[in-house]
Design a protein around this ligand. Structure first.
Ligand code: ZN
Length: 342
């Protein structure tokens, strides 16, 4: 998992809340937890399929479990686990009450002392290992909470799993509710031109996230800046690919050129984003997986119809939208629904 960078302690002296939170350090979160299932081959097989892990060590009569499955054996599922002490829930409730209502998992660390094998009966204990001082991050200000789970088989420690979350108060609340609702209501009745103008105005207020441009995909973004949608093509076998990669998945060849896409495509799949709120965007909005006429797919915004009218199979055509904000201009490809157009 990716880490969330933390800033310096907002206050060197723990505040009153900090003192209350620190009192949870060292308290048990779970005692004598028992895995819902023993280590077993079907779960190992599903895991390996999901991960695309074909390591032979995880197959056959002498299979071991992938070490990274450690947490999978101790998960309580929706119904939870017996053995929870309630301390962790209390701690989270205290943070909720103090305004730290958002949560993000920041990282986990695992240690493996011996492999787990089908038939092993897993037990575990968990402890709230540490609660940080108040920290300011890009997400907001809050507290890092680290729990450590000790995983055992027949009483012997086989691994540890440290899991860290940040409970925080979001840095930037969204626009006032009334304004948001008005925007959504009027948006559906606007013409295409008005829609674009409104988006441009909104983008001026909040910096829109930039694409990550690197040496592998720079030519794609150069194309976008010139209002050309370029697809990478392997010069070894002719296979088209997107997203851009240094080599060909089909033949391994590192040489490539490009073909310009016609820009025609169809919605292959889509999601409607409602949460989390993000200042540069105005949920709900549709994000599509667009299948281009040439056969490759790309993720992009779907525009031209209300979010709840987006459907699989809708024909779309690329359009290049320019966004202006304090950091300059940005051109992004979006896909406009063409069905029913005059
Ligand atoms: Zn190839």
């Amino acid at each position: 998992m990716s880490g969330v960078r933390s800033g310096p302690d907002a206050s060197a002296e723990p505040d009153a809340l900090g003192v209350r939170l620190r009192a949870y350090e060292g308290r048990s979160a779970a005692v004598g937890g028992v895995a819902k299932d023993p280590v077993n081959a079907p779960m190992i097989r599903h895991w390996c399929e999901a991960m695309g892990d074909t390591n032979p060590a995880y197959q056959g009569p002498d299979a071991i479990a992938p070490p990274t499955m450690l947490q999978a054996w101790t998960m309580g599922g929706l119904s939870g686990h017996e053995g929870r002490t309630g301390a962790y829930d209390e701690l989270l409730a205290l943070l909720d009450e103090s305004g730290c209502t958002s949560v993000v998992a920041t990282d986990c660390e695992q240690e493996y002392l011996r492999p787990l094998r089908p038939g092993d009966e897993v037990t575990f204990d968990a402890v709230i290992e540490s609660v940080s001082g108040r920290k300011t991050t890009k997400l907001g200000t809050g507290y890092f909470v680290t729990t450590r789970m000790d995983v055992r088989v027949d009483g012997d420690l086989v691994g540890t799993h440290r899991f860290r979350i940040l409970k925080y108060a979001p840095a930037r609340p969204g626009p006032p509710r009334q304004q948001e609702t008005q925007q959504q209501e009027t948006q559906q009745q606007e013409t295409q031109q008005q829609e674009t103008q409104q988006q441009e105005t909104r983008q001026q207020k909040v910096r829109r996230p930039r694409p990550v441009v690197n040496r592998d995909n720079a030519a794609f973004w150069d194309g976008v800046a010139a209002h050309r949608l370029l697809i990478q093509r392997c010069t070894g076998c002719g296979t088209l690919r997107h997203p851009w990669l240094p080599g060909c998945n089909a033949c391994g060849c590192l040489d490539w050129d490009t073909v310009e896409a016609s820009g025609e495509g169809a919605v292959h799949s889509y999601v409607v984003m409602h949460h989390p709120p993000f200042p540069a965007f105005d949920p709900p909005y549709a994000v599509g997986l667009i299948e281009l006429a040439e056969g490759v797919r790309m993720v992009s915004g779907v525009v031209g119809v209300p979010y709840d009218k987006v459907r699989i199979g809708l024909p779309v055509r690329v359009e290049f939208q320019r966004y202006e904000d304090d950091e300059g201009s940005l051109v992004l490809p979006v896909f406009r629904v063409t069905e029913g157009e005059v």
